[in-house]
Design a binder for this molecule. Structure first.
Ligand SMILES: Cc1cc2nc3c(=O)[nH]c(=O)nc-3n(C[C@H](O)[C@H](O)[C@H](O)COP(=O)(O)OP(=O)(O)OC[C@H]3O[C@@H](n4cnc5c(N)ncnc54)[C@H](O)[C@@H]3O)c2cc1C
Length: 497
């Protein structure tokens, strides 16, 4: 088998970048507990090892055979192993930042792809990178920012892999102008169930099934990604408060187009007239002339800060309604009513939680559910109802964000649609949480909205067809491409994907 045949041709401007030794798990077998870039919920071991695996929310752990390929050939061998009759198939895994069960496979194989983490080529003039799917966005930022390029889309953490970014077709604060991650992927190499490697170009059926396909069309080995040009590694940020949900939606509708990045933190415990009060943060990459003189010497330096890791033991109930209510009150009040042109570090603006390794432990042993849904424009009443219900229910959520999406993306199971998306985290041990979220799912489905699969661990399968209209196409392509069901996950079994 030949790999990397028919790669895009690269002009004279190509720079070849070796993977940094510190990023190569092959050379640095640091235990994942010590490294925020390592998959936090899987204990790697040599060859085959059965280990408990969870998503970032640490709910619903299951055990799987963990395989950690270090070459394309080993990946092919691992997939062929998964295809042996009687086995429970396999699923690719990146850095395990999907909150639910998308990268788990009870009794089967989980292919930890972080061992394939080479950056093969960068077109410095044209702004394109060709890299392995196990490369993290953190690593891409380290390498690309000094060259004046930034990833086209980043989620709220940079500790995700390129494979995970395509598998979930992630969105960022710039969705309203740039769409989801896969829109910026020119082509990828996909290892399919028959053990063959296919070059999959944007605009093809297989590409659209793979973008957001949650690893179920095959293992992504490499991707060619278009980048975004930046002059500095800093951001100019405008902050303003919105007094309630309607005020927030009005501000987003009127002025979002002026900003490349936009998101609102929302206080879901506020009630009455204050329901949905928020802090709106919007910004763009700072141009060189916006920087204070002292930072102009190294305008593209990337130095994300790091705080001590979150404790591994947190008393149950610490994140109750009272504590979170207090936090939300302080957070809202400390935000300026209106401030413009603040210069912030890129990591502060995009990835504040990455500064606290293992922050997901603060929810204690029970873990937490991250609930994210979207409803279209014209369905604002459904959004108001859901926000009201959450605040009346007193869900102690301090990480709740609302964003206005732009156009939908071509991926058949891609999550975004033009409209409003709300994401919130809730301790999994909150009494009555399951039935409560089932009711919210009902509201979302009735409004022709959908729940985000990368965050899900509990959605009922009967709602899925209504939420994802291209689901039948996805299932039919899967049936043709992978008739034996080599690629399987806890998510795919639960939702019959
Ligand atoms: C703090 C935090 C903030 C977040 N913010 C956002 C956000 O703003 N927007 C957003 O969209 N998401 C967000 N997420 C979710 C996260 O971006 C996605 O779940 C992403 O898929 C995680 O990437 P990963 O490398 O950890 O993949 P994993 O979690 O390991 O896997 C996720 C999915 O991708 C598939 N996959 C992984 N690698 C491959 C591969 N090589 N080939 C094929 N399939 C593969 C897996 O099978 C699985 O289905 C956030 C998560 C966290 C923890």
């Amino acid at each position: 088998m030949r790999f990397r045949a028919n790669r895009p041709s690269w002009g004279d401007t190509v720079a070849f970048m070796p993977a940094a030794p510190s990023q190569s798990p092959a050379q640095t077998p640091a235990p994942p507990a010590a490294s925020p870039t390592a998959s936090p919920s899987v204990r790697p071991g040599p060859g085959y090892d059965t280990v408990p695996v969870t998503g970032w929310g640490r709910t619903a752990p299951t055990s799987a055979h963990l395989v950690r390929p270090r070459s394309y050939e080993e990946t092919v061998a691992a997939v062929r192993e998964c295809a042996v009759t009687g086995r429970r198939g396999g699923i690719a895994r990146g850095l395990g930042r999907a909150y639910g069960d998308a990268a788990q496979n009870a009794g089967g194989a989980v292919l930890d792809m972080t061992g394939l983490d080479r950056i093969h080529a960068i077109d410095v003039a044209g702004g394109t990178v060709l890299c392995d799917a196990g490369v993290s966005l953190h690593r891409l930022m380290e390498v690309l920012l000094p060259l004046g390029w930034f990833v086209p889309v980043t989620p709220g953490t940079r500790y995700v892999t390129v494979g995970g970014a395509i598998g979930a077709d992630i969105h960022g604060k710039n969705h309203h102008v740039a769409g989801s991650f896969s829109r910026h992927v020119r082509a990828l190499e996909l290892l399919t169930a028959d053990g063959e490697v296919r070059i999959v170009e944007q605009g093809t059926e297989l590409f659209d099934a793979t973008a957001g396909g949650m690893g179920l069309t095959g293992v992504i080995l490499t991707a060619t990604i278009r980048l975004h040009r930046v002059e500095t590694s800093l951001m100019t940020v405008d902050t303003e408060r919105a007094t309630d949900l309607d005020d927030l939606m009005a501000r987003l509708t009127a002025t979002d187009h002026r900003y490349r990045y936009s998101v609102a933190w929302i206080d879901l415990l506020a009630r009455g007239a204050a329901t949905g009060r928020s802090v709106l943060t919007r910004g763009d990459h700072a141009p060189l002339d916006a920087l204070p003189r002292r930072t102009r010497r190294a305008p593209l330096a990337f130095r994300p800060g790091r705080l001590p890791a979150a404790p591994s033991f947190v008393p149950e109930g610490l994140l109750g309604r009272t504590t979170v209510g207090l936090f939300n009150e302080l957070w809202y009040r400390k935000a300026p009513r209106s401030r413009t042109g603040e210069i912030q570090k890129l990591s502060t603006f995009f990835h504040p939680l990455d500064g606290v390794p293992h922050w997901n432990r603060v929810y204690g042993r029970g873990g937490f559910v991250q609930y994210q849904f979207v409803v279209g424009h014209g369905k604002e009443e459904a959004l108001r109802r859901v926000v009201r219900r959450i605040s009346e229910r007193g869900c102690p959520s301090f990480l709740a964000v609302l964003k206005r999406f732009g156009d939908g993306d071509p991926g058949w199971l891609s999550f975004p649609m033009p409209g409003w998306t709300l994401a919130l985290d809730i301790p999994a041990n909150l009494p009555g949480l399951g039935p409560f979220l089932d009711e919210l799912d009902g509201e979302v489905a009735a409004a022709d909205g959908r729940v985000y699969l990368a965050k899900d661990s509990r959605l009922r399968p009967e709602l899925l067809d209504a939420m994802y209209p291209r689901l039948a196409d996805f299932r039919s392509l899967r049936a043709r491409l992978d008739p034996e069901g080599v690629f399987r996950s806890d998510l795919s079994r639960r939702l019959s994907l």
